[in-house]
Write a protein that binds this ligand. Sequence first.
Ligand SMILES: Nc1nc2c([nH]c(=O)n2[C@H]2C[C@H](O)[C@@H](COP(=O)(O)OP(=O)(O)OP(=O)(O)O)O2)c(=O)[nH]1
Length: 152
Amino acid sequence: MSNAAPPTQPQPGKRVEVAVGILLRGSQFLLGTRPAGKPYAGYWEFPGGKIEPGETVAQALLREFDEELGVAIDPASVEIWRTTEHDYEHAQVRLHWCKVRRWQGEFQMREGQQVAWQRLPTTVSPILPGAYPVLDALAQECLNDASTNSRA
Ligand SMILES: Nc1nc2c([nH]c(=O)n2[C@H]2C[C@H](O)[C@@H](COP(=O)(O)OP(=O)(O)OP(=O)(O)O)O2)c(=O)[nH]1
């Protein structure tokens, strides 16, 4: 038996899989603050969380939206969009980004978080570093849409 203490640093190669929802209302998306007690508490993030063993990305997202916001996502409206990775000092994460356009219920901030509908450029800060690549991708998509429309 080993007396080694549990690692306090993330183990190389062990990525934590995370499901993240980009809840869309027209050109706006929802951000919330990270609750007290978590790494980067108070930073703004997209709703979501770690995928539990045996869960699909969509199942994890449905559970997290219920736990954090008290709303029910329509699974048929979950569009798995892209995957990014980010290395924090507390964890190495792989983020599965999903666009969500339909949900049911009124928002209840079940973790005491603040939420805000945002459009680009965002007006809240600070935002979790791991969310920036996706904000850039959303901005790029807006630019592409604008150029397609102007050519139509
Ligand atoms: N929800 C969310 N997590 C993000 C974003 N960007 C980003 O780098 N992350 C990272 C931060 C965390 O290391 C990880 C999510 O883990 P978490 O600790 O918030 O997940 P959880 O809600 O399942 O937490 P817990 O139950 O273990 O307390 O993903 C984002 O926009 N939204």
